[in-house]
Design a protein around this ligand. Structure first.
Ligand code: PGA
Length: 251
């Protein structure tokens, strides 16, 4: 009932030619996959040059961030319309690296999610606790705050296309994945908060992705969990073979 999403977050990697080479490597390896939504998020500048390369491959393009205004005097920013124009149909919002290094807050995440939806981009809204919060027993409190803050003011209908990515900060780029049990526990909690906000029907349809050191070796276990509907993959998405084997987790 929930189509899985496997999304690659390329972060600050890959120039145009490197990105094209990666798509050329990846495309044949994921050919024929129609039971998984495949998304890759390169840097903004590379998006337009990948449009041709991904066409007909089933691979969709995403931005790694977006601003909330359509246009104006906002040096350095990019609007939803511009992202769409560059070839993106999804956008990652509120990634922990943006929260950590670029001052992203639940309030800015909320504005970005709203503007992405208005621009018909599918937001992948990231949430996740730090190690400190987990050790203090505050994981659920943090997740609930990020969900309620990031989604504030959205009706159930407006919320419906949103994808949530649960990424425990301590698992990102550390090689330390959450155990299947830890991830499932957080995902079930997230779905519960969504049910409280938008009703069970909407919550049951929402894709909740796991992110944090996802690799070909651990994707099967994660995807076996009832409330995990896909993955947001960083490091392992930078090589065609490893990303393709994550996409093909079910085979
Ligand atoms: P990682 O990154 O897979 O390299 O841990 C995940 C992410 O930051 O989205």
């Amino acid at each position: 009932m929930r189509k899985p999403v496997i999304a690659g977050n390329w972060k600050l990697y890959k120039t145009k030619n490197e990105a094209l080479a990666l798509i050329e490597e990846l495309a044949p390896l994921v050919k024929g996959v129609d039971n998984v939504e495949i998304v890759v998020a390169p840097v903004f500048t590379v998006l337009p040059s990948l449009i041709g390369a991904v066409s007909g491959t089933g691979i969709n393009l995403a931005g790694q961030d977006v601003f909330w205004e359509d246009e104006g005097a906002f040096t350095g920013e990019i609007s939803p319309r511009m992202l769409m124009d560059a070839g993106a149909s999804y956008v990652i919002i509120g990634h922990s690296e943006r929260r950590q290094y670029f001052g992203e807050t639940d309030a800015t995440v909320n504005k970005k999610v709203k503007s992405a939806l208005k621009g018909a981009l599918v937001p992948i809204m990231c949430i996740g606790e730090t190690l400190e919060s987990r050790e203090a027993g505050e994981t659920f409190k943090v997740l609930e705050g990020q969900l309620r803050g990031g989604l504030e003011g959205l009706t159930a209908t407006q919320f419906a296309p949103v994808i949530i990515a649960y990424e425990p900060v301590w698992a990102i780029g550390t090689g330390k994945t959450a155990s299947d049990e830890q991830a499932q526990e957080a995902h079930a909690f997230i779905r519960g908060v969504l049910a409280d906000l938008y009703g069970k029907q909407v919550a049951d349809k929402t894709r909740v992705l796991y992110g944090g050191s996802v690799k070909p070796e651990n994707i099967k276990g994660l995807m076996g969990c009832a409330d995990i509907d896909g993955a947001l993959v960083g490091g392992a998405s930078l090589k065609g073979a490893s990303f393709a084997s994550i996409v093909r987790y079910g085979e």
